[in-house]
Design a protein around this ligand. Sequence first.
Ligand SMILES: [Zn+2]
Length: 82
Amino acid sequence: MSETSETPCYIARCKCGCGGLIFASVQSQQMSKERGNDTAKEVSKLIRAGYSIERMTVGDVRAATWLCKKDRVHERLTPKEK
Ligand SMILES: [Zn+2]
């Protein structure tokens, strides 16, 4: 594994505007080969579900708040609906 805190990730934030992360995936060419580019698929699914995708480093992802700050106990924010 050559993942460092500088490794870039794609992330998606909660739609309510709280800033919590609901998705993060390391952007890695190796991983794309092994996993058939799952990251691109996941990212395009999230975009279609109305999330805006941003990029940040692994270090920033680790330091970020995960899940909705307003409602983090009650709801799981997985975009399964079409
Ligand atoms: Zn939220």
